[in-house]
Design a protein. Structure first.
Length: 493
């Protein structure tokens, strides 16, 4: 039986997996979802013996079934190679009775690499399959992390170009340096004099401009999106939950079929949605703890059934989770609405026009396996310090939000996996301040990197070493109104 993809917002025509990856978003503005969630068929004994790449194939083939075995294996091989600093790709580290699933061993030391390492290959393969000979141009607006992970993923991938816009004064110095030193003949990074919303709106306007699309096509280009709503990002994220289960079996930490719980530090709801898909495929996951920072829209939603974005936006030490609209939640809403596209569209329209919506009691009942939690800034810092003092293990701020929720709420009788989404080196200052604030005063970020290295004994990742000395390769800055001109210039339109 083949899996086709449909929109969450109307009963339109279904598309194949490769078409859904190429399009990114459905024409009606909805998100693509599989018309049936496939069941995991690999026996536990086999699962325990599979490598990351083999697990990836067993999971992804079920969703991307218009890719041939050869195509999919080739994408997996190109993605999960020595770009990762460990053969395990996503190692599981047991500390203080819980398992940290480390998703930060890729090029940019954050979990976005897990999907963005493979998306470019899925996309060029999808283009080939659908007779698209245009060069794919990825346009992205970033507030920091996604931009670098997308650049690193698409750099020098034949048949693609990537152009990233970021707010010139709105990202951290390390984040900016990471992007401006990006190599690759097909990469461009442009700072804009404006904020993230300006960058995002500018990109959206270009995406929706017919006139621009026609001029691009005349020169052999078309746009696509590396945004986290692309199904080509969701499916690769299911893999590591299945892999984690296999690793627990292999090490004898659990019995075959034993239920585990997961705790996921959440922003856009992509990572935890992947865990929910894994659960629906039959992986024995009991509870899904959705951990938020002080921007606790999701915590309130799971507690009350009301999603309300009308609140103050709080800047926290876990910036990749500073989000008030969790786009991927739409896929969960669609499912608990009984796959009712009209209902889903109404709720999403209410969110954009009124800033809130409320689900019915029947819908809420289906959220039983989810539990929301949140951590304050103090709790996050305290968790980093406590686990470090107890075990010597140092985690980043995002992971610490999850670890804090886990310590407060999780059922300790059940083995629990915490998704660890970034290396502590990515957020060195916040991490070091959590451990000893006084010792950080007057010291530069790189001095703190060396100190983190000294106290943790964990080698400084290449991603950090590189930017100490790497030359700046991009220096374009433009106004909000000049974004399209820059794209035209880069593509020679
Ligand atoms: C993106 C990100 C998250 C949030 O993941 P979602 O899939 O958006 O919920 C958490 N931690 C880090 C470090 C991230 O980069």
């Amino acid at each position: 039986m083949s899996v086709m993809y449909k929109s969450t917002r109307s009963e339109g025509k279904k598309v194949t997996a490769s078409q859904a990856i190429l399009k990114g978003l459905a024409d009606d503005g909805g998100l693509f979802v599989p018309d049936a969630i496939p069941a995991l068929t690999v026996p536990y004994k086999t699962l325990a013996g599979l490598s990351y790449q083999e697990t990836a194939y067993e999971v992804m083939r079920l969703y991307l079934d218009d890719f041939t075995e050869e195509e999919l294996k080739s994408c997996i091989k190109k993605a999960y190679d020595e770009k990762f600093d460990t053969d395990e790709i996503a190692p599981l580290s047991k500390k203080d009775g819980v398992y940290y699933l480390e998703l930060f061993h890729g090029k940019t030391i954050a979990f976005k690499d897990m999907a963005l390492s493979i998306l470019p290959h899925l996309m060029t393969t999808a283009a080939g399959k659908n007779g698209v000979s245009n060069e794919i141009v990825i346009l992205t607006a970033t507030s920091g992390d996604t931009g670098k992970a997308a650049l690193a993923g698409f750099a020098d991938v034949p048949g693609t170009r990537i152009i990233v816009f970021y707010p010139k004064d709105g990202v951290s110095p390390i984040q900016e340096k990471q992007m401006l030193t990006q190599k690759g003949d097909n990469t461009a990074v442009i700072g804009i004099r404006g904020n993230f919303d300006d960058a995002q709106n500018g990109v959206k306007e270009m995406f929706h401009s017919r006139e621009l699309a026609e001029r691009m096509a005349a020169k052999g280009y078309q746009f696509s999106s590396a945004n986290s709503i692309n199904i080509g990002r969701l499916v690769p994220q299911i893999v590591y939950y299945v892999y984690a289960y296999g690793q627990l079996l292999r090490r004898g930490e659990i019995e075959e079929g034993e239920t585990i719980n997961v705790v996921v530090p959440t922003g856009n709801f992509g990572n935890i949605l992947a865990a929910y898909y894994a659960r629906n495929m039959g992986l024995p996951i009991g509870r899904l703890y959705c951990a938020s920072n002080e921007n606790k829209v999701l915590y309130d939603f799971f507690r009350t059934g009301r999603y309300d974005r009308k609140r103050e936006f709080i800047l926290t030490s876990s910036p990749s989770m500073d989000i008030l609209i969790s786009s991927n939640l739409e896929r969960l809403i669609y499912r608990i609405a009984g796959e009712d596209a009209d209902r889903t569209r109404e709720l999403m329209e209410a969110l954009s026009s009124r800033g809130e919506y409320e689900i019915t009691p029947e819908m809420r009942q289906q959220l039983d396996c989810f539990e929301g939690g949140f951590a304050t800034e103090e709790e996050t810092a305290e968790t980093i310090r406590r686990i470090y003092e107890k075990t010597g293990y140092i985690m980043d701020t995002h992971t610490a939000v999850a670890a804090s929720v886990c310590a407060k709420q999780a059922d300790t009788a059940v083995k629990t996996v915490i998704a660890s989404t970034a290396s502590p080196y990515k957020f060195t200052r916040s991490v070091m301040e959590a451990i000893d604030k006084g010792a950080c005063e007057g010291r530069s970020d790189f001095e703190l990197v060396d100190e983190l290295n000294r106290i943790s004994g964990v080698p400084v990742p290449a991603a950090i070493e590189e930017i100490r000395s790497a030359p700046v390769l991009h220096d374009t800055v433009c106004d909000r109104d000049g974004m399209q001109r820059e794209v035209e210039r880069l593509l020679g339109l």
